[in-house]
Design a protein around this ligand. Structure first.
Ligand code: FES
Ligand SMILES: [Fe+2]
Length: 367
């Protein structure tokens, strides 16, 4: 029925004009097929946060990792050579597809336990027993595929088939936060944790991208932020919400040449399409990685990086936990709501939901 197809497409479209557009239709958050489509059309083409350089260490090492476990589940090896060069390699043997590495190792060769094929630590084919007589062998196809690996200061990002150049992806965030002592930041494992949320990953992102809910959902947080000065700026790879400090709150020392010079800013909340958040504070950075697990299940990883512990002040694991649980409760309530036969889609609050509108446009453009 082609006419129904066209109707469905029209339903999923997000109009450019926020004052006229409907929000993302409910089916988007509950349809397993749409969820499956996003794996290849959104996530496999995106930049994903991987780890930080300090966690990799100073020695030659090979670390097995998974890009988006439980959804893309792409097995990779982060390989640091003696020279310090870093490579992100496929962790799948080019012979018959065995996983090569199961745990961290310091290797001079990566060898496959199945039939003994060997690769260099930068992924080049070295040897394979039993292949005498094979035509056009070895060829480039026998090397391990290399994935994109890029740095934002000490923070490493990977891409399987990234559609945006890394420069375009990261430049807007770097331009505004490059003055911070990013290289000094250390991962604080005690203040890092994971949450499982019974909701679609995009509902979690929607909630992050607007401050309209803050007075209703987070009364304690609302008293600390000046919500009337709350501001969202959009750029091609995401957006930033700027938290203005109220009197007595800690604020950044912003250099004179900076676009925000003279302003009292308590936090920059960066969201990078589709599922990465970098929240910058005077004491450090909270990195949030939103991992889709199923159409109605999401894992949220909070990684806390500290560059000035003396300024952590009111930012404690308990206060983060309270805010997070308040957010999870509303997001899970929305997941139940979008299953209703009676709810189709909503409208945007134009002054408050520009970030959500941008996210929905970016998402539907790719499907
Ligand atoms: S699968 Fe690796 S050598 Fe055969
Ligand atoms: Fe919230």
């Amino acid at each position: 029925m082609p006419s129904q197809k066209i109707q469905e497409r029209a339903d999923i479209e997000i109009a450019e004009d926020i004052t006229r557009s409907g929000t993302l239709p409910a089916t988007f958050y509950r349809d397993p097929q749409i969820f499956e489509q996003q794996k290849e059309k959104v996530f496999a083409k995106s930049w994903q946060y991987l780890t930080d350089l300090k966690s990799v260490g100073e020695n030659a090492i090979q670390i097995p990792m998974t890009i988006l476990p439980d959804s893309l589940s792409e097995p990779v090896i982060l390989s640091r050579e003696e020279s310090g060069d870093l490579h992100l390699l496929s962790n799948v043997c080019t012979h018959r597809g065995s996983i090569l590495l199961e745990e961290k190792k310091h290797l001079s060769r990566i060898s496959c336990r199945y039939h003994g094929r060997c690769f260099s630590t930068c992924g080049k084919y070295v040897s394979a027993p039993g292949f005498e007589g094979a035509h056009d062998f070895p060829s480039e196809k026998d090397d391990l595929p290399t994935l994109a690996l890029e740095r934002f200061d000490q923070f490493l990002f990977s891409g399987i088939y990234p559609e945006l150049s890394f420069e375009d992806f990261i430049k807007p965030m770097l331009a505004r936060t490059g003055f911070l002592p990013l290289a000094d930041a250390e991962l604080d494992s005690d203040n890092s944790r994971e949450y499982l949320v019974n909701a679609n990953w995009a509902l979690y992102v929607d909630n992050y991208l607007e401050g309209l809910h803050i007075p209703f959902v987070h009364p304690a947080l609302a008293s600390m932020l000046d919500t009337k000065d709350y501001q969202t700026e959009l750029f091609s790879s995401g957006n930033v919400q700027i938290g203005i400090a109220t009197d007595g709150d800690d604020a950044f020392e912003i250099p004179e040449s900076h676009p925000d010079s003279g302003r009292k800013i308590a936090a920059y909340y960066y969201w990078l399409f589709p599922n990465t958040m970098f929240n910058f504070y005077p004491w450090g950075i909270s990195v949030n990685v939103i991992e889709p697990l199923a159409v109605d299940r999401t894992r949220v990883r909070f990684l806390t990086y500290v560059y000035d512990r003396s300024r952590m002040g009111s930012y404690s694991p308990e206060s983060i936990n309270i805010t997070e649980l308040e957010d999870e409760a509303v997001v899970e309530a929305v997941q139940k709501g979008v299953r209703s036969r009676l709810y189709k889609r909503g409208r945007y609050a134009p002054q408050w939901e520009r970030g959500v509108h941008q996210f929905h446009r970016m998402l539907t453009d790719r499907l």
